[in-house]
Design a protein around this ligand. Structure first.
Ligand code: GLC
Length: 563
């Protein structure tokens, strides 16, 4: 068998495309995307030039949190297909050289999971309850929560079950936190990792990987502050990024290494940059998301710092880093870059407010957002490490800000709608537009002519960004993604060289770095965050995110020059 680009460490320089299955393509017409819908578009994904797909959860789930509330870890939600559909999808992916990464959600199960039902039935003190984090309530009859901890989505993190005990849920009330001190939990997740590995999964994305180890014993629960800071690492934080969490991943590494090639995983760990590398180390998961890039506002210094920290973390871990501009949890980046730019510390708040007011408070400059998104992509693709793309970014989609409250699905919206409201994450999860002209009214999202409405409403402006429209435009976002991804693979990935040198001689409004490329030349990537054009180095311009101006590279653009 010839192995094209299939080294055991393929994931170290991969371009991974995140599929949010419910919103990718609906093959059976129920208004929800499905596994067959992914298989049907494997050619599209292959032509895009990616190396792997990561599928957000497609397991049986009441969908209280978009599938991150799993009721059965080793099955497919009947609305999304069957295990056979998964096998076919994986085979179709592998046939065109695309790897498959599945999502593992180990911090919590759905309250519909059989274990949780057993825990409720078995009562206080039982081994069944010990798989979760149950504690007696305070007050005479346990009518008060064990302490004041808040859920990430708003509201209390404890829920009473009617017999004096309460269970912990760091997320939605339908997501009960597991107790990782319990041996059953360890065994079951190892079984799940083997199950999907045996079925052709090449890797795993680990959901809230920094939350599994918890310390509820070292002091009375009621003594903890109500809002343990998520970012605060180490022994002092009872919930997040505790040192013992790494023991779990060292155990998993043994499982990954049972396979040939060894499976890898990427951690979703919202921890301080200095702690990222531990999750990625070779005796643990392999990679960790570096969200610094997605947090950066459109400022050269914020991007530079994000790149420096990512590279430093990779060096420390002995692995490679990851670059992310968008995913299913954050507003799409062309929107972020088209809104007024404020420093990253407050930018999140600005975008949240804008969403809350249906996109009406600030002017969203879509041309500017698009231009910067193109510049950001080229800058990102030139970096060493893996790039994680989110479905629809190749079409240049913006955040859908005006989904009516009644149509929102995100528990964040429901749990915060009274008082401190936020609109949540549905605006980036709207079903993809495949065809601009589609009489059945869902931009070709559902295959059958007669179908249920798409599970989230699509805005009219999706017509301009539909796949079939972008196929016909010479310089659409889709075409630009294909060109840039092909260039990355051919020039950069092919070398296996991960070195990067900052290019000298530019002012602080410019990010310029150099990389060796496959034909023996050196590539300089130059991004201009300033207003005035910047002179490019002599050489061949391989790609530019915008037409070059007389004086060189215009504002908000990136060019790759080889010499
Ligand atoms: C992760 C997921 C997010 C989910 C949460 C709880 O952050 O990316 O979508 O809501 O975990 O599982």
């Amino acid at each position: 068998m010839t192995r094209n680009n299939v080294s055991a460490e393929w994931w170290k320089q991969a371009v991974v495309y995140q599929v949010y299955p419910r919103s990718f393509y609906d093959a059976n017409g129920d208004g929800l995307g499905d596994i067959k819908g992914v298989t049907a578009h494997m050619d599209y994904l292959h032509a895009l030039g990616i190396n792997a797909i990561w599928l957000s959860p497609f397991y049986p789930s009441p969908l209280a949190d978009g599938g991150y509330d799993v009721a059965d870890y080793r099955n497919v939600d009947p609305r999304l297909g069957t295990l056979e559909d998964f096998d076919e999808m994986a085979a179709a992916a592998h046939a065109v050289g695309i790897k498959v990464i599945v999502d593992i959600v180990p911090n919590h199960t759905s309250t519909e999971h059989p274990w949780f039902k057993e825990a409720l039935a078995a009562g206080p003190g039982s081994p069944e309850r010990d798989r979760y984090v149950f504690r007696p309530g305070r007050g005479e009859h346990g009518e008060l929560p064990p302490n004041g901890w808040k859920s990430t989505f708003g509201g209390p993190a404890w829920e009473p079950v009617g017999d004096g005990e309460w269970y912990l849920h760091l997320f939605a009330v339908e997501q009960a936190d597991l107790n990782w001190k319990n041996a059953d939990v360890h065994e079951d997740f190892k079984q799940t990792l083997r199950f999907w590995s045996d079925r052709g999964a090449d890797g795993f994305r680990i959901d809230v990987a920094h939350a599994l180890a918890k310390d509820l014993e070292s002091r009375p629960l009621a003594d903890w502050p109500d809002d343990p800071d998520q970012g605060e690492p180490g022994d002092e934080n009872p919930l997040w990024d505790r040192p013992e969490v790494h023991e779990i991943y060292r155990e998993w590494r043994q499982v990954f290494n049972e396979y040939e090639p060894a499976r890898f995983a990427v951690a979703e760990a919202w921890v301080v940059p200095e702690h990222q590398w531990m999750y990625a180390s070779p005796d643990e998961l392999g990679q960790v998301f570096n969200f610094q890039l997605s947090n950066a506002g459109w400022f050269a210094d914020e991007f530079r710092l994000a790149i420096e920290k990512g590279l430093a973390a990779a060096e420390q871990s002995g692995s490679t880093t990851t670059w992310v501009l968008s995913n299913h949890d954050m507003p799409r980046h062309p929107t972020r870059y088209g809104l007024p730019q404020v420093r990253s510390a407050v930018h999140h708040q600005l975008v949240t407010d804008w969403l809350l007011r249906d996109g009406k408070t600030y002017y969203e400059d879509r041309d500017l957002g698009t231009r910067r998104a193109r510049a950001a992509l080229l800058m990102e693709l030139g970096l060493p490490g893996s790039v994680y793309l989110y479905q629809g970014e190749e079409l240049g989609l913006f955040e859908v800000a005006d989904i009516p409250w009644g149509a929102l699905e995100d528990p964040e919206a429901a749990m915060t709608s009274h008082g401190d409201a936020i609109k949540g994450r549905d605006g980036c999860r709207v079903p993809l537009p495949w065809r601009a002209m589609d009489e059945s009214g869902d931009f070709g999202f559902s295959a059958p002519v007669d179908h249920a409405p798409a599970h989230l409403p699509q805005p009219e402006w999706f017509a301009q960004y539909a796949v079939d429209v972008e196929e016909t435009e010479r310089d659409s976002m889709l075409k630009f993604y294909r060109r840039a991804l092909a260039a990355r693979t051919e020039l950069l990935t092919a070398t296996g060289d991960t070195s990067l040198t900052w290019a000298a001689g530019y002012d602080d409004q410019v990010i310029a770095y150099e990389r060796p490329i496959a034909d023996g030349r050196v590539l300089t990537s130059v991004t201009n965050f300033g207003a005035a054009p910047v002179a490019l180095p002599a050489g061949e311009v391989l790609l530019a995110s915008a037409p070059l101006a007389d004086g060189g590279l215009p504002a908000d653009a990136t060019a790759w020059v080889a010499r």
